[in-house]
Design a protein around this ligand. Structure first.
Ligand SMILES: [Zn+2]
Length: 321
C-alpha cells in the first residue's frame, strides 16, 4: 500500500516537473557562475553591490518552496510584483508602475516578467535604490520588504560573508574539534535532561579534554558571544544557509573574536570546557564537553534539529583532507 502510494507520488512528481530537468543537469559550479554574472550585471545597472543581491537570493533559496524561476530563487509575490489592485496582471512595466508594483524590465525586452531572472534581480535592486544605496538604506529596504528582524540579520550576515570572500562558491566545512584530539560523541538529540526544568537536549555533546580547540564548522558570522546560564561561555554562529550553530560550555574564547566577525570552516573560536549551569564563571558541574546545537530558520520560525548526522559527515570529510 505504502509502496504503491510512493510510486504514484513519484510518477506525479516526474510528470508535473519535466522542465526542471535541464536546470538540474547543470553542475553547482556552472549555476554559481551564471548567478554571479547576473548579480554583477544587476550591480552595474543599479549600483547595489552584488553581494547583497546574492545574499537575498541565497536567503530565498532556503525559504521559498516554489521559486518563480529555476536559477534565481528570489520570488516576488504576485501582488507586490504587479501592484495592489492591478486586475490585468499585464507584464507592461508602465502598467505595473501605475499600480505601484515592483516589477521592472531588466533585460530590455519591454516586459516585466515575474519568472525572468534578469527582471527579478533588476526589480528587487531597483526597489532597494528607492531607499538609497548605503548599507543602512539596504537594511531599511529589506526590513520594509520582509518585515522580519531575523530575515534582515541573516541577509546582512550572508552579504558580509560573500563580500569578504568575493564569491558565492563557499561549500567547505570542518569538524568542530581537531581530529588529533581525543573525543567521543553519540546521537543524544531529544534526550531528557535535568537542569532548567523540562527541556529536551537540543544538540550533540562531544566529550573531550579541557582546552581542546573548538573550530567553526561553516562560513558565517558570530551572532552571540558571552555567558548563558545553561550554556556557560558560548558562541552562536549564523551560517549562509539560514542555520544557527551553537557552541556551549566553552572554557574560553579565541582572543579577539567578537560579535559580527566573519568566520570560515576551521577558524578557532574557543576551547572545550565545562562552564554553565549557574551564574557567570560556574564550571566543573559536569565532564568537559562541547555542546553543539543546530537551528534552522524557515523564514517564519526557527527550530532545533539533530546535528549528529552533520557532525558525522564533517568528521568523515575532514578525515579525507
Ligand atoms: Zn549538550
Amino acid at each position: 500500500m505504502l509502496r504503491n502510494l510512493l510510486i504514484i507520488f513519484l510518477l506525479m512528481f516526474s510528470t508535473i516537473h519535466p522542465l526542471t530537468v535541464s536546470a538540474k543537469e547543470q553542475t553547482q559550479e556552472e549555476k554559481d557562475q551564471l548567478k554571479m554574472a547576473l548579480y554583477k550585471k544587476t550591480e552595474a545597472l543599479t549600483q547595489i553591490p552584488w553581494y547583497y543581491l546574492a545574499a537575498i537570493d541565497q536567503y530565498e533559496e532556503q525559504v521559498t518552496k516554489e521559486p518563480a524561476s529555476e536559477l534565481i530563487s528570489i520570488t516576488i509575490p504576485e501582488q507586490k510584483w504587479y501592484g495592489m489592485g492591478n486586475p490585468a496582471y499585464s507584464t507592461d512595466p508602465d502598467w505595473i508602475g501605475l499600480f505601484e508594483g515592483l516589477g521592472k524590465d531588466g533585460n530590455g525586452d519591454h516586459k516585466a516578467e515575474r519568472n525572468q531572472d534578469e527582471d527579478i534581480l533588476y526589480s528587487f535592486a531597483h526597489y532597494i535604490t528607492t531607499f538609497g544605496q548605503t548599507k543602512q538604506d539596504i537594511k531599511i529596504a529589506l526590513w520594509k520588504y520582509y518585515q522580519r528582524e531575523l530575515t534582515v540579520l541573516t541577509i546582512m550576515n550572508t552579504a558580509k560573508v560573500y563580500k569578504k570572500f568575493g564569491t558565492i562558491a563557499l561549500n567547505e566545512s570542518d569538524f568542530p574539534l581537531p581530529l588529533s584530539a581525543n573525543f567521543s560523541y553519540r546521537s543524544t538529540w531529544g534526550d531528557a535532561r535535568g537542569f532548567g526544568g523540562r527541556r529536551i537536549h537540543e544538540g550533540t555533546d562531544i566529550f573531550a579534554n579541557y582546552g581542546v580547540p573548538v573550530k567553526s564548522t561553516t562560513y558565517g558570522v558570530v551572532e552571540i558571544k558571552g555567558w548563558n546560564r545553561f550554556g556557560g561561555w558560548r558562541i552562536g554562529i549564523r551560517d549562509i544557509y539560514n542555520r544557527y550553530h551553537y557552541f556551549a560550555h566553552l572554557n574560553g574564547f579565541q582572543e579577539g573574536i567578537k560579535v559580527g566577525d566573519v568566520v570560515k570552516p576551521g577558524d578557532v573560536i574557543g576551547s572545550v570546557g565545562a562552564t554553565g549551569y549557574g551564574p557567570p564563571g560556574t564550571s566543573g558541574k559536569f565532564p568537559p564537553h562541547l555542546h553543539y546545537g543546530m537551528y534552522q530558520d524557515n523564514g517564519h520560525s526557527e527550530w532545533s534539529f539533530d546535528p549528529y548526522p552533520y557532525l558525522k559527515r564533517w568528521e568523515q570529510r575532514a578525515r579525507r583532507k
